[in-house]
Design a protein around this ligand. Structure first.
Ligand code: 5GP
Length: 187
């Protein structure tokens, strides 16, 4: 039915998924990004409908009920999920659609879209991850601690994914990602 391709980019919070995806989108206009829904409050500078669709818990739960989410997960006390319609429309138009999501959601995609390409991004180490989470200054210390805790579980699941890349150098990681994503599709 769909002619496009679903690409899942996962890995711990702070590993650089957002920066990598932003660069990919700037460089390759056949790629598009699914905008997620979340109940997390917007951070400074985030815009509704651009960074996320910011929803209340009842609004998010209504989307779960109606099956309007392709996948969803609870992460650090908030819901995050992928609105189904936008992704299906883009796939039907033949686009390569990127989901930048955490591991539980990525696992769910494997069940519903077994043909999706799933890539796990590793931090060089947990120490580097912690430094990055602290340096980006987006979260309070207790949230950072929660995210680091999650990271350990997420890293333990890396083997489940089709490709793994260590993000120790942004340019090199980007090149590796491009090689994976832009390879001709296997028939
Ligand atoms: P943040 O709060 O830092 O924006 O995101 C927290 C985590 O949720 C990140 O690992 C991010 O990739 C993930 N995330 C963002 N959108 C989604 C989504 O739609 N579904 C799932 N399962 N995870 C998401």
């Amino acid at each position: 039915m769909e002619s496009g391709q679903l690409i899942v980019i996962t890995g711990p919070s702070g590993v650089g998924k957002g920066t990598l995806v932003k660069s990919l989108l700037q460089r390759h206009n056949q790629l598009s990004l699914s905008i997620s829904a979340t109940t997390r409050p917007p951070r400074a500078g985030e815009t509704n409908g651009k960074d996320y669709f910011f929803l209340s818990r009842p609004e998010f739960e209504a989307m779960i009920e109606t099956g309007d989410l392709l996948e969803w997960a609870e992460y650090a006390g908030n819901y995050y999920g992928t609105p189904r319609q936008g992704v299906e429309d883009k796939l039907q138009q033949g686009e390569q659609v990127i989901l930048e999501i955490e591991v539980v959601g990525a696992r769910k995609i494997q069940q519903s879209f077994p043909q999706a390409m799933r890539i796990f991004i590793f931090p060089p180490s947990l120490t580097v991850l912690e430094e990055r989470l602290q340096k980006r200054g987006k979260d309070d210390p207790e949230i950072i601690a929660q995210r680091l805790d999650h990271a350990k579980t997420e890293i333990a699941a890396a083997d489940e994914f089709d490709y793994t890349i260590v993000n120790d150098d942004l340019d090199r990681t980007l090149t590796q990602l491009e090689q994976i994503i832009l390879q001709p599709e296997k028939s």
